[in-house]
Design a protein around this ligand. Structure first.
Ligand SMILES: Nc1nc2c(ncn2[C@@H]2O[C@H](COP(=O)(O)OP(=O)(O)OP(=O)(O)O)[C@@H](O)[C@H]2O)c(=O)[nH]1
Ligand SMILES: [Mg+2]
Length: 304
């Protein structure tokens, strides 16, 4: 992590690193994330379609203003979760040579497969949406530096998702390799390193009635809890839908999520000097407007 810490240190010393309070709403599909987001936003209960694309809302809870991100919980949507808590993005922007030989085009395609997240012709407005997690101002200023974008094909690469682990020093080495690999295929090429957004808290929703999916929910939660980028980020686990008879109890949910010995206590618990991640389970029913308020109150004490 040396390179990342160094990078942040430089940004902070230049005053360029601006913190934006950000909460991620995560959890399996059908857990109730969008319902909660809209309940918090305008206290209305609305029936939603499964979330296809990440959405965000400005919210205020108590004295704190947040940007809450609802990322969707189905299998494909889960793949973008990481983009929202990545510490850094490494991005290649390059313009393909006007006359690419078939060989080099195939090589480019292979590169794009490797890198998974591949956006062609990103100067189009539509594609700009898919890179919303990167500060649009930065992208715009980049375009100004390289004004010759009209009518040409820019290739945008986001490195981060290709790596199943989060060792960013390694990412930088791979980035250098890729830089070399695509150099010969491009007219010009820019390698950019963007800071990702700092995540202030994660709200992880579980459908307490859907006991058959507890194992799947635990698997996703474990992956989040063990991700280095989220180390020390407070986790509020909401066991939702307790209005339905036979929904799991709090103890049952803790047990199935493997959290029996990991929660840090409700109420005011000072963890500032302990290096322990705040984590707690609250049961709730969004439709009955109960339970989640206590959870958010608990969480807000850990957000500066
Ligand atoms: N009984 C009950 N149903 C709820 C509650 N909260 C949400 N639901 C229902 O659960 C279903 C899924 O809710 P969503 O908010 O769309 O779930 P989601 O987590 O956003 O799902 P994806 O967008 O697919 O990730 C909807 O039919 C909601 O009405 C609750 O507290 N009790
Ligand atoms: Mg949704």
């Amino acid at each position: 992590m040396f390179l990342v810490d160094w990078f942040y240190g430089i940004l902070a010393s230049l005053g360029l690193w601006q913190k934006e309070a950000k909460i991620l709403f995560l959890g399996l599909d059908n857990a109730g994330k969008t319902t909660l987001l809209h309940m918090l936003k305008d206290e209305r209960l609305v029936q939603h379609q499964p979330t296809q694309y990440p959405t965000s809302e400005e919210l205020s809870i108590g004295k704190i203003k947040f940007k809450a991100f609802d990322l969707g919980g189905h299998q494909i949507a889960r793949r973008v979760w990481k983009d929202y808590y990545a510490k850094i993005f490494i991005v290649f922007l390059f313009r393909k040579m006007a006359k690419c030989s078939p060989c080099s085009c195939i090589a480019l395609r292979l590169c794009s497969l490797l890198l998974i997240d591949f956006h062609e012709d990103f100067s189009k407005a539509d594609n700009a949406k898919s890179i919303e997690m990167i500060d649009p101002h930065m992208i715009n200023s980049l375009k100004q530096h390289f004004p010759d974008t009209t009518g040409c094909t820019w290739h945008f690469y986001c490195m981060l998702r290709m790596l199943p682990f989060s060792h960013f020093d390694f990412v930088i080495i791979v980035a250098c390799y890729m830089l070399w690999a695509v150099w010969s295929l491009s007219e010009y090429l820019v390698l950019c390193v963007f800071p990702g957004f700092q995540v202030d808290a994660v709200v992880y929703l579980v459908d307490a009635y859907d006991k058959e999916r507890f194992a799947e929910s635990k698997k996703e939660l474990d992956a989040l809890l063990s991700d280095e980028s989220l180390a020390n980020v407070p986790f509020l686990i909401l066991g939702n839908k307790i209005d339905i008879p036979y929904a799991a109890s709090e103890d049952e949910l803790r047990y199935h999520l493997g959290l029996s010995n990991f929660t840090t206590g409700k109420g005011k618990v000072n963890l500032a000097d302990s290096n322990v991640r705040p984590l707690e389970v609250f049961m709730c029913s969004i439709v009955r407007k109960m339970g989640y308020g206590d959870g958010f109150k608990w969480m807000s004490q850990y957000i500066n």
